[in-house]
Design a protein around this ligand. Structure first.
Ligand SMILES: Cc1cc2nc3c(=O)[nH]c(=O)nc-3n(C[C@H](O)[C@H](O)[C@H](O)COP(=O)(O)OP(=O)(O)OC[C@H]3O[C@@H](n4cnc5c(N)ncnc54)[C@H](O)[C@@H]3O)c2cc1C
Length: 183
């Protein structure tokens, strides 16, 4: 739920292909927030998609960034920071091409692809792993994030960019906990 001036945006994330279940999920969420009697100004749905390792980032002199490149966290569907980071790097690469000659230009575009693959794909993959864990054990993830101090701190850290989901999932403690839970 996001406050926006004098209106609220209220939404849920659900896997594609279950429209009735999605509407029911949204209805229950709205009720839980106590907003069921408020006027609905606009109702809409959006498809969000994320890249796989071999989704193209460049073809010839064209590079893609943000949503066009499928850069978002599959678990939270957070895409703004991915769009800002990849968009900045894409702009820098294109600027280098404009001052380079010959193959140097191609190198700049390749370096964009490498940077996205190295720095952002680890986060997309970690988000997908968390999504699969969440789908299998939603109550466990809710409990960890909402009722354990560690989970809350990690969640806030990921949201404000001071820690990365990939770092958390790769930590020895988390790997041990997931192994014990067979996740
Ligand atoms: C309902 C919903 C809620 C979301 N909530 C969050 C959130 O809370 N936090 C978060 O981080 N992310 C959220 N996201 C994801 C986030 O909005 C996107 O990942 C992010 O906006 C991607 O930025 P972008 O610049 O790549 O694409 P966009 O923001 O889609 O920008 C692309 C722009 O290009 C324009 N355009 C398209 N085609 C053309 C054309 N041919 N010529 C000129 N212009 C064109 C479009 O009109 C648009 O303005 C949400 C997404 C949805 C759908």
């Amino acid at each position: 739920m996001f406050p926006k001036g004098d209106v609220l945006t209220v939404g849920v994330i659900q896997a594609k292909g279950s429209p009735d279940a999605t509407r029911d999920y949204l209805r229950r969420w709205v009720e839980r927030l106590g907003l069921q009697h408020d006027e609905v100004e606009r109702s809409s749905g959006h498809l969000t998609q994320w890249r796989s390792h071999d989704s193209p980032l460049r073809r010839g002199s064209v590079i893609v960034a943000g949503d066009a490149a499928g850069l978002l966290d599959p678990w939270s569907r957070e895409g703004i920071s991915y769009a800002l980071r990849s968009g900045t790097w894409a702009g820098e690469a294109v600027a280098r091409v404009s001052v380079a000659r010959g193959n140097d230009g191609h190198g700049a575009l390749d370096s964009y692809v490498d940077r996205v693959s190295t720095e952002l794909m680890a986060e997309v993959s970690a988000g997908l792993r968390l999504l699969r864990i969440f789908e299998a054990h939603p109550a466990l993830v809710h409990f960890f994030l909402g009722f354990s101090g560690l989970g809350s701190r990690l969640f806030v850290g990921v949201c404000n960019g001071t820690t990365r989901l990939s770092t958390i999932l790769a930590s020895r403690a988390m790997r041990a906990a997931l192994a014990v839970l067979r996740l």
